[in-house]
Design a protein around this ligand. Structure first.
Ligand SMILES: [Fe+2]
Length: 477
């Protein structure tokens, strides 16, 4: 008789610097090197996955409950806090005292409809119309989080005008004040585009026809166009289960949707541009000039691991379950006159989680800030890169050996309007010990290292997206 033994899978994203923390801490931070710049005033916030209870079934890093970590810089110093995003699902599990949802690696439990998957709000943060919102990668409720104490205040439905969910990476147009977002689902209509007016009313909601379920993650826009994506990376049904598939025999389609004119039709009018198959999680931005729309983001040519048809280009590309992460900064040019598309790689370093000065979103920008990937099997950022789009040059800073950083928003120097004048702020963690610090870098002089280091009296796990809220945007009443 043949005996088979099931080897229990334990995700590497539950241990070490990815391991969740359970304590919610508030503490003043000690400066251990340099000085807090006098023109750095506001709140640095960062979201991430932090399971409250021992996961049920196989765990994927994207499954954990949302936890926001923040540092408030004011005239008295720097103050740290971390708190769970208290979602509806987390409240239900806290009442039960255990995990009630399995994650995305297990078969979906449709008996929980409409909450088939657990909306954790663990992915992204955006500050819009006076509120910090926590958002989920699969598209869920937008949870309002108070500043600087990180209390979950409830969900934002824009006065009842929001009829869909909101996925991670909505974008605020610094010119019009609008919020542009997508929602997506594995069932029709698959992809929806939405616009919220500056005073918080959904004024546009249209289906974008992509022909089937697609993994979506971001959008971009210029003054006159919204850029949406139809990558050949999709959910498929096989053997009664849903799985991700990447089709190298199908093109990627980039869609341009007009921002102005009649936007009341239920289905958006899209001008599609086709090019090589790829996937992209995050964009830096888009803009328009001289008859073209340009888009810069991090292309992944080969996004599916454990697929014999998809050999990795690099042996040490990080992986999260079935996702292989080999992103490179890339520019696409969409020619409006003849419908052609051109693509060029801007940098050869594996890097992602790109950020620009949010005051340049939708406009031509010069500098992108990207997290450089350590060459290892788990996702970890061993440095930060500044890419100069005009010269093609990069400058960088490596975190200390054995320490890893997180996404760094661009924090403009108080009173400075220039795109280069600002700081990068990050949680930096020593993997072997969990010792955690906040490092502040001058964006114009990355190579000189931190201008300030602060000790955090708690471990800050690796996480996802960040946001900088300048002091003048904080409600102080
Ligand atoms: Fe993201």
């Amino acid at each position: 008789m043949t005996m088979t033994t099931r080897v229990e899978h334990r995700s590497p994203y539950l241990d070490g610097m990815y391991a969740p923390v359970q304590d919610e801490v508030q503490a003043d931070l000690e400066v251990i090197a340099g000085e807090i710049p006098a023109d750095l005033r506001g709140v640095f916030t960062r979201n991430g996955s932090n399971p409250r209870f021992e996961p049920e079934g196989r765990y994927h890093w994207f499954d954990g409950d949302g936890m926001v970590h923040a540092v408030h810089f004011d005239d008295a110093g720097a103050h740290y806090a971390n708190r769970y995003v208290r979602t509806r699902a987390l409240a239900v599990e806290e009442d039960a005292g255990e995990a009630l949802w399995t994650g995305i690696l297990e078969p979906p439990d449709f008996s929980k409809f409409p909450d088939v998957f657990k909306d954790t709000a663990n992915t992204d943060l955006v500050f819009f119309n006076g509120e910090l919102l926590a958002l989920w990668w699969l598209g869920g409720d937008a949870y309002r989080v108070s500043l600087p104490d990180l209390e979950t205040l409830g969900t934002e439905d824009f006065g009842g005008t929001l009829q869909t969910h909101i996925a991670a990476h909505p974008k605020v147009d610094p010119v019009t004040g609008e919020l542009l977002f997508i929602d997506y689902d594995p069932v029709p209509p698959f992809l929806t585009l939405g616009v919220v007016s500056p005073d918080g009313e959904v004024v546009r909601s249209q289906t974008v026809e992509v022909g089937g379920p697609r993994l979506q993650h971001d959008i971009a826009f210029s003054d006159d166009w919204i850029v949406v994506f139809d990558f050949p990376f999709m959910w498929e049904q096989a053997d009664g289960r849903s799985r991700l598939a990447f089709h190298r025999d199908r093109p990627s389609r980039f869609g341009l949707v007009a921002r102005h004119g009649d936007t009341s039709a239920p289905v958006a009018d899209v001008r599609w541009f086709e090019t090589d198959p790829c996937f992209m999680y995050h964009v830096c931005g888009a803009w328009q000039e001289d008859g073209v729309v340009k888009l810069v983001g991090c292309e992944i040519a080969d996004p599916l691991a454990n697929d014999p048809a998809n050999a990795p280009d690099l042996p040490d590309a990080p992986q999260i379950a079935m996702l292989r992460l080999e992103p490179f900064l890339t520019e696409w040019t969409f020619h409006l006159d003849d419908g052609t598309i051109a693509k060029r790689r801007l940098d050869d370093q594996m890097a992602e989680f790109p950020r620009i000065d949010v005051r340049r979103i939708g406009q031509p920008f010069r500098y992108s800030y990207l997290m450089r990937f350590a060459e290892r099997s788990e996702l970890a950022f061993d440095g930060v890169i500044r890419h100069d789009r005009l010269t093609g040059e990069t400058t960088s800073h490596s975190w200390p050996e054995g320490w890893y950083g997180c996404e760094t928003p661009f924090c403009p120097k108080a009173g400075a309007a220039g795109e280069a004048e600002g700081y990068l702020v990050a949680f930096v963690v020593e993997e072997a010990t969990g010792r955690s610090e906040v490092h502040v870098l001058d964006a114009e002089h990355l190579e000189e290292g931190p201008v300030c280091r602060l000790a955090v009296p708690a471990r800050v796990p690796a996480g996802y997206h960040s946001w900088w809220v300048p002091a003048e945007d904080l409600v102080t009443s």
